[in-house]
Design a protein around this ligand. Structure first.
Ligand code: SGN
Ligand code: CA
Length: 507
């Protein structure tokens, strides 16, 4: 049933005003760097504010830990094999059903501002102003309703300016809105805003316990190429584009120097003021081996956290705008990321794996009138679409695979909530060399099957081994739990109709 008006009849039979939706998503923002989840590294008061005035999902996951696929999952409410966007080289079939299209039908004004990354032109949006591909940090060009335009400034500020401008000046104020504000930050190469460069200069970050992991018993982990030690590039990732042109870092160096050159004169001057000193100190120290690895980790963390500082500040600007205009009381606010990210755990940056740091993603939601506190149910990014639809009074289409989170946000205990999650990552061969894998996770155990050249199964007891260092697959005493998880895996593959994976099980 579709009711095309700003009012709709709720299940309880009341007429309700349709709630606005502000869906903020960053790119590669780890829960480890949101103080609502973990305050070891940074304070993020504005993102925390959403959690404090609403809820924090303590068990939030993705279906396929990489950008394009994650975005396709959240737009469609379906796993990758059903929406067709399995890896970043795909083109999204924009003709398919998505939640923004369904919201438009019931009178919502919809917009996407920031990263899109689905290759085909956005459909289902009354307004779109998207970055080109991954976008860049400084002076990024955008495509506004199909037309290429320039911008000046730092991506997170520019995207937020555009979002506030749309809210204030561009939308039809007689309609409820759904705005997707999607940051480029903190995606690689973690370029900070010039005003944040001075932060964390004197902070020494504790090395994660698993930093020196040697991946014993885990072939796929051993075969990746996302190691801070081996794969993080000195010029590109760690900003050592020296004027003397003495530092040479290989394949990515030229790109690093190009990023620097894309800044304008003033931006470069502020950048030089900071990094010239870093470069001089680096050259003088002549680091090698473990000392070099530790330096790289510190430098990575500093830049990443500076970028997060700007993300958080800009979240604060939007929350303030909602307060000042009175919109806050009738707007659902979501903050999440397209996936989690490694902050040096297992010696890594990047994501892709079904291991916890990248399988999980932060999710905090402020729902006016809803419950406050923690929601511990296992939720996944395929759940966002049905949540927004239910909120707007749209009947959730049968083919959507996610579950609406609305009852949880309303404080209801949902009987038979899912007890296990399904995951499938596809992009191989590709950058970072993570093999195709799929798996199941329940409240205690995780079973994964890595494919391509490996055909390797992994099993973890997350209670006894939360860092997933000990693959217990095939070990004596695990027969029963392995049988149970395999059965659950097959059940989910049938439920979600992942025919390819059902075949891969037989390898
Ligand atoms: C780029 C990055 C990778 C990253 C992918 C996917 N390389 O290719 O490090 O894994 O994006 O990221 S870069 O040299 O271009 O920075 S995603 O978040 O968009 O899926
Ligand atoms: Ca991402």
């Amino acid at each position: 049933m579709i009711i095309p008006s700003a009012l709709f009849v709720s299940c309880a039979g009341n007429e309700q005003k349709q709630m606005n939706i502000l869906y903020i998503m960053s790119d590669d923002h780890s829960y480890q760097t949101i103080s609502a989840y973990d305050d070891e590294f940074i304070e993020t008061p504005n993102i925390d504010r959403i959690a404090n005035e609403g809820v924090r999902f303590t068990n939030s996951f993705v279906a396929n830990s990489i950008s394009g696929p994650s975005r396709a999952c959240m737009l469609t409410g379906k796993h990758s094999h059903m929406n067709g966007f399995t890896d970043n080289s795909c083109e999204f079939d924009g003709d398919q059903q998505t939640f923004p299209k369904l919201l438009q039908k019931v009178g919502y004004e919809t917009a996407i501002i920031g990263k899109w990354h689905l290759t085909s032109a956005p459909q289902g949006f009354d307004y779109s102003e998207i970055l080109i591909g991954q976008g860049i940090y400084y002076n990024p060009p955008f495509i506004r309703n199909g037309e290429k335009i320039k911008s000046h400034g730092y991506a997170t500020n520019v995207i937020t300016d555009k979002a506030i401008d749309w809210l204030e000046n561009k939308r039809d104020k007689n309609k409820p809105f759904c705005l997707l504000l999607h940051n480029k930050a903190p995606h690689r190469t973690w370029m900070p805003d010039t005003c944040d460069l001075k932060l964390f200069m004197d902070t020494e970050f504790r090395l994660p316990e698993t930093f020196w992991d040697e991946y014993e018993g885990r072939k796929a982990a051993a075969g990746q190429e996302m190691s801070i030690i081996k794969d993080m590039d000195l010029v590109y990732d760690l900003k050592l584009a020296d004027k003397e042109n003495e530092i040479h870092s290989g394949r990515l160096e030229a790109n690093g120097r190009r990023m620097y050159n894309l800044m304008d004169k003033e931006q470069r001057a502020a950048w030089d003021k900071h990094y010239d000193r870093v470069i001089a100190d680096f050259k003088a120290a002549k680091l090698t081996g473990k000392e070099l690895a530790k330096w790289k980790y510190q430098q990575y963390m500093r830049d990443y956290l500076r970028v997060i500082t700007s993300v958080d500040r800009n979240v604060g600007r939007v929350l303030d705008y909602l307060d000042e205009t009175g919109l806050a009381e009738n707007t659902l606010v979501v903050y999440t990321s397209d996936q989690g990210f490694y902050m040096g755990e297992h010696g890594w940056f990047d994501k892709r794996f079904m291991y916890e740091e990248s399988f999980r993603t932060p999710l905090v939601v402020r729902y006016p009138g809803g419950v406050k506190g923690d929601i511990d149910e296992m939720v996944q990014n395929i759940d966002y679409a049905p949540t927004f639809l239910e909120l707007a009074g749209v009947e959730i289409p049968e083919d959507i695979q996610g579950e609406s989170l609305l009852p949880l946000l309303q404080g209801k205990k949902v009987k038979d909530w899912r007890k296990s999650l399904y995951y499938h990552y596809y992009e191989f061969p590709a950058e970072h060399a993570v093999r195709e894998h799929y798996g199941v996770r329940d409240e205690r155990y995780k079973l994964m099957h890595f494919c391509n050249d490996l055909n390797d199964w992994e099993l973890y007891d997350l209670q006894n081994d939360p860092s997933e260092m000990h693959n217990i697959y095939g070990q004596e005493g695990t027969e029963e739990v392995t049988r149970r998880l395999k059965e659950e895996l097959v059940r989910l593959q049938h439920q979600y109709q992942d025919e390819k994976a059902l075949e891969l099980n037989k390898l």
